[in-house]
Each structure stands twice: as C-alpha cells, then as structure tokens.
Ligand binder design. Structure first.
Ligand SMILES: Nc1ncnc2c1ncn2[C@@H]1O[C@H](COP(=O)(O)OP(=O)(O)OP(=O)(O)O)[C@@H](O)[C@H]1O
Length: 315
C-alpha cells in the first residue's frame, strides 16, 4: 500500500525500478493554473495489471499521454522499460489505445491494422491481431462504417499488432456495450496471461475490481491511494454496520470503538467502522437487545467516493 507522500513500497524498490515496465518520478504537467498532474511517482513492475482511477479531470489522460510521449512533462521523468517513451514506442514495446484516436477514413480495418503492422519491426500477423481483438469479420469494412464499440476494438487490434510488452489504454471500453466489454476483457486476459503489463484508465470501478491487480487512485493531479483492490477499500474506512438497537443514542453510538461515522434514527443505527469486530462486540455489550445486525464491506465504489470527494485545499 502506498498513499500520497509515503515511500515507494519495498517490493518495488530500486532493483524493480531498474527493470520497471513504467517508472514515473516527480512527474508534473500544468496548464496555466490547472495542475493536471502535480508531482506523481509511480513504478509498475513487468506483469502488473494496473487500473488508473479517478474522477473527471483527475489527470489520468495527461499521465497516460506523458507515458506515451505525446505530452512533454514540465518536470519529472518517465521511463518505459528503462527507456524514453519515444524509444520504447519506436521499438514496438508499447501498444496504446486512446480515447477517440482517429482512424484513417478511406482504409478498411484490415488495411489499417496492416499499415500499423508495417511500421513495426516484429509485428504479429494482421489476421492474428484482428482475431485477438474480435474484429476478424470487420476486416473488409471501412472505418467510417463502424459503430463506436467496433472502432474501439479496431483500436485494440492496432494496439496489439506490434506485439507490445506494455499496453496503455485510456478508457478502452467507454463506447462498448456489455457483451463487447466482456469480450474485450477476455482478449485482455489472453494478453496478460503471457506475463505482459497493462495500465488502463477507467471510470468503471467494476472493471478495476475484476481485472486489475492493483488500483492507483488519482485526484487533482495526485495519487491518493495505491494498492490492491482490497487495500484501497480498507483505506477508505472498512465496513458498514447496520442494526436495530433499542435504546441506542447518538452519544452512546459515537463512542463505540472503530466508529468513523454514524447515524441514529429511532432504534435504527448505521455506522462506518474501521474495526467492525470491535464495534460489534461493544455494541452487543452495551445494547444486549440489538437485532437485525448487518455488516457489509465498503465496495470499491465507496472507497472511490470517499477518497476522491474531499475538496482539494492546496489548489
Ligand atoms: N491541453 C490542455 N489544455 C488545458 N488544460 C488541459 C489540457 N489537457 C488537460 N487539461 C486539464 O487538465 C486536467 C486533467 O485532465 P485529464 O484529461 O488528464 O483528466 P482525466 O482524469 O483524464 O479526466 P477524464 O476522466 O474526464 O478523462 C483537467 O482539468 C483538464 O481540463
């Protein structure tokens, strides 16, 4: 677990950093008064699947653009497999899928993917890239005749065709329906099963929860949480406990151990607790008639809201 201002975790120490898939240090990009990216450090080890989460304007796309060498940082450094982004891209080590990246209008899907393949030294066969992205049947179709979700899958084929070690995806499934999204993640599993690295920015928490090994939460250009899904959830305050507790008062509930927030309405209580076991024991001792007890883990959504909703005070 790593939160703002804490050192890089021991498992991603200097040795890992050297062979890191992605190493960002002190990265900063300001647009006038807007601190799009405000000093982030991030090391991604080869083989990790990392979700970059954050509300609109958190700085996810700007970070992705700097990793891809599309935007030059004001300060700090970007390393991709120990190289400059441009170098790593020229070598075909990075595949990218960006929000709304343009597709050549006059070309068919097959020609388009073939064109990108021809720019790389060791591409996979075009048919293979189309198959992996689930767009084989669209090979002869012009890009102007594609739906939004189909375009995204073609962009995925383009990202795969250089046979990259790292895939960087900015909201890859934004225009896809539920079925396409499922298919997309199935293809991604095939890609990551071979030990390759993925960094994807998303608004879909369930995708981060299901697919990522690690979640990096951004807010206002900074990293506010970094860890496994379980760790990020825990960071946001543990569990919610609800019960009917006859005789409970706000004063009594507020002093139960572990309680971070509480609400008392008549006999009904709802508390957020950082230690629900301790809260429950004390609750039972104080109110033996307590009943209908319900304890739920805070979802990633709850964690996301709690970690990203505070007003940024330093901006
Ligand atoms: N080229 C630019 N010129 C000026 N401001 C910019 C530019 N690009 C981004 N910004 C600003 O920088 C901040 C971060 O934007 P960014 O697109 O990186 O956020 P994001 O987390 O990707 O958001 P979203 O989820 O909406 O895509 C925003 O306030 C945005 O308005």
């Amino acid at each position: 677990m790593n939160t703002t201002g804490t050192p890089v975790p021991a498992t991603r120490d200097a040795a890992v950093r050297q062979g890191a898939a992605v190493a960002l240090s002190g990265l900063r990009k300001h647009y006038g008064e807007v601190r799009a990216v405000d000093g982030i450090d991030l090391t991604i080890a080869p083989g990790e699947v990392v979700a970059l989460l954050g509300p609109n304007g958190a700085g996810k796309s700007t970070t992705v653009d700097m990793i891809l060498g599309l935007t030059r940082p004001d300060a700090g450094q970007v390393g991709v497999f120990g190289r400059e982004p441009a170098e790593a891209i020229a070598e075909g080590a990075i595949g990218a899928m960006l929000q709304g990246g343009a597709l050549l209008e006059d070309a068919t899907v097959g020609e388009l993917v073939g064109l990108v393949a021809s720019l790389h030294r060791k591409p996979i066969p075009v048919a293979e890239a189309l198959r992996r992205a689930g767009v084989e049947e669209l090979a002869g179709r012009r890009s102007t005749k594609l739906s939004g979700g189909q375009k995204q899958r073609v962009r995925f084929a383009i990202a795969l065709v250089s046979d990259p070690d790292l895939l960087v995806l900015d909201e890859p499934t934004a225009a896809m329906d539920v079925g396409s999204r499922r298919e997309f993640w199935k293809s991604m599993h095939t890609f990551t099963d071979s030990g390759r690295t993925v960094l994807f920015a998303t608004h879909y928490l369930e995708e981060a929860e299901e697919f990522a090994d690690r979640v990096v939460l951004m807010r206002s250009g900074r990293i506010v949480a970094d860890g496994s899904v379980a760790e990020v959830r825990a960071l946001a305050g543990g569990r919610t406990l609800r019960a009917v507790a006859p005789g409970a008062t706000s004063a009594a509930v507020s002093v139960l151990p572990g309680v971070t927030e509480y609400e008392v309405r008549g006999d009904r209580i709802a508390v957020s607790s950082s230690d629900s076991d301790a809260t429950l024991r004390a609750l039972l001792a104080a109110f033996p008639a307590v009943r209908d007890i319900e304890i739920t883990a805070i979802g990633l959504e709850g964690a996301f809201l709690s970690l990203t909703s505070d007003e940024e005070t330093t901006r």
